[in-house]
Design a binder for this molecule. Structure first.
Ligand SMILES: O=P(O)(O)OC[C@H]1O[C@H](O[C@H]2O[C@H](CO)[C@@H](O)[C@H](O)[C@H]2O)[C@H](O)[C@@H](O)[C@@H]1O
Length: 379
C-alpha cells in the first residue's frame, strides 16, 4: 500500500469556489474499486473526488517518459487560468498574495518610482503579445488586441523604441498588431525584424536583422506535418506553426486527453534530439536547442539600437509567460531596467513589478506617454 500526495482541483463545481485541497491518501483508500470517493470538505459538506481529477505529483514512480508526461500535464494543470482565478476568488488576500505583491508591486502604483529612475535616460519598450497586449482566448487565431491597446502601443512607439517579443510567428503577430515602426521578434526571438519605414507592412524578410535558427526550418516543418497527423484524432488539439518553433495547444482539449496529447508530442520529439520542449499557458512549445530565447533577443535588440554597453538605457519588458522569464532574468543580471509580470496571481518570477491584466498594461503605456509628453513640454 503506497501513500500518495494528491491535489484535488479539477472538479468544475469546486474550482468555481476555488477549492484546492491537498490530501494524503493511500491507494487502497482512494481506489478500492470505486471511481470516486466522498471526502469531508473544509467548511462543511463533502466533496467527491474521482479518478480523473486526481493530479499525480511529478515525483510519481513511473518510468522516465511517463514521469516527463506527468510533469508536463501537471504543470499545464497548475497554470490553467480556471484554477488560478478560482484560488484568488477563494481567498482574495492570502498571506502569500500580500507578500508577493510586496515583492512585485503594481507598476501602476509605483509608476513614479519607475519614471524617476528613468529620468535623463532612454527607455526601450519590450512587449510580449498573448496575455500582455491581448487577453488569453480559446482560439489562438482570434487573439485580437483592442483598438485602444493598438493606439497605446503606437503612441509609446512614437517616444520610445518598441519591440514586440513573442512566441508567435512574426507575420502572424504583425497581422494582429498592425503597426509599422516597431521591431518584431517572432518565434521567441528567433526571427527579428527592424521597423519598417513604410506604413504598410509587407510579408517576407525585408528588414530581417537576426534569424539564428534558420537551419532548423525544414526540421520544424517536418515535425509540424507529423504532429498534425498524430494529433488529428484528439478533439480540440491544435498545432500552430510559428515558423522557427511550434505550439501544441491543450486549451480546448478535454482534460482526460491531455496525457494522450502530451504522449504524442513526446513520441514525436524523441526522434528529434535537436529540438526541445518548453511550456507556456496551456501550450507545449517545440523549439531548436540553440541558446537563444527572449532574453537573448532583448540583448540583441539593445545592441542593434546602440545601447549594448550604455548606462543610460532603461529597458522595460512586459510579459506574462514563462518564456518571458528569460528576458526578466537578463534585466536582473544587467541590473538595468524593469521586468513587469502580467499576472493576477502570485507566480515565481524574476520580474520586479506586476500588472494584473492587459487593460492595466494599456493604462501603464498611456501613463508613460503622458509622462513623456509632459516632460518634453517642460524642457
Ligand atoms: O510569447 P507570446 O506572445 O505570449 O506567445 C506565446 C503563445 O501565445 C499563444 O498561445 C497563448 O494564447 C492563445 C490565445 O489567447 C491561447 O489560446 C493559448 O492557450 C496560449 O498559450 C500562441 O498561440 C502560441 O503559439 C504562442 O507560443
Amino acid at each position: 500500500m503506497t501513500n500518495q500526495n494528491v491535489v484535488v482541483a479539477s472538479d468544475r463545481k469546486f474550482s468555481n469556489i476555488g477549492l484546492k485541497i491537498t490530501v494524503t491518501l493511500t491507494n487502497s483508500t482512494l481506489f478500492s474499486g470505486a471511481d470516486s470517493k466522498a471526502l469531508p470538505a473544509p467548511g462543511g459538506g463533502f466533496i467527491t473526488i474521482s479518478r480523473k481529477n486526481i493530479l499525480r505529483k511529478p515525483t510519481d514512480t513511473s518510468d522516465q517518459g511517463g514521469n516527463k508526461i506527468n510533469a508536463w500535464v501537471n504543470s499545464l494543470r497548475a497554470s490553467s487560468p480556471t484554477r488560478l482565478k478560482s484560488s484568488v476568488a477563494f481567498s482574495p488576500q492570502t498571506e502569500e498574495q500580500t507578500s508577493w505583491i510586496a515583492r512585485h508591486p503594481s507598476a501602476l502604483s509605483k509608476f513614479e518610482e519607475i519614471v524617476n529612475a528613468s529620468k535623463g535616460k532612454k527607455i526601450v519598450m519590450f512587449l510580449d503579445y498573448d496575455g500582455t497586449l491581448a487577453p488569453i482566448v480559446e482560439d489562438p487565431d482570434r487573439a485580437f488586441m483592442t483598438n485602444e491597446m493598438r493606439e497605446a502601443v503606437r503612441d509609446v512607439a512614437r517616444y520610445f523604441p518598441t519591440a514586440i517579443v513573442t512566441g508567435r510567428c512574426r507575420d502572424k503577430v504583425f497581422s494582429f498588431v498592425k503597426l509599422a515602426g516597431l521591431y518584431y521578434a517572432g518565434s521567441h526571438g528567433m526571427d527579428i525584424e527592424g521597423p519598417s519605414k513604410k506604413r504598410r507592412y509587407k510579408k517576407g524578410n525585408h528588414g530581417v536583422l537576426c534569424q539564428p535558427a534558420s537551419e532548423f526550418l525544414p526540421m520544424i516543418n517536418e515535425v509540424y506535418q507529423t504532429l498534425l497527423e498524430k494529433t488529428k484524432s484528439i478533439p480540440g488539439a491544435k498545432v500552430e506553426n510559428n515558423k522557427f518553433c511550434l505550439s501544441v495547444h491543450f486549451r480546448c482539449v478535454d482534460e482526460n486527453s491531455w496525457g494522450t496529447l502530451a504522449e504524442q508530442v513526446r513520441v514525436v520529439l524523441d526522434k528529434y534530439p535537436k529540438l526541445t520542449l518548453t511550456q507556456g499557458r496551456m501550450v507545449l512549445e517545440i523549439r531548436p536547442t540553440i541558446k537563444w530565447d527572449k532574453g537573448k533577443a532583448l540583448e540583441f535588440l539593445l545592441e542593434a539600437l546602440g545601447y549594448a554597453n550604455s548606462k543610460d538605457v532603461v529597458p522595460v519588458y512586459i510579459g506574462d509567460d514563462r518564456t518571458d522569464e528569460d528576458a526578466f532574468k537578463v534585466l536582473r543580471n544587467r541590473g538595468q531596467g524593469f521586468g513587469i509580470l502580467v499576472s493576477k496571481t502570485p507566480k515565481e518570477t524574476h520580474a520586479s513589478y506586476s500588472l494584473q491584466e492587459p487593460s492595466e498594461v494599456k493604462d501603464f503605456l498611456r501613463r508613460l506617454v503622458q509622462w513623456k509628453r509632459l516632460s518634453l513640454r517642460q524642457v
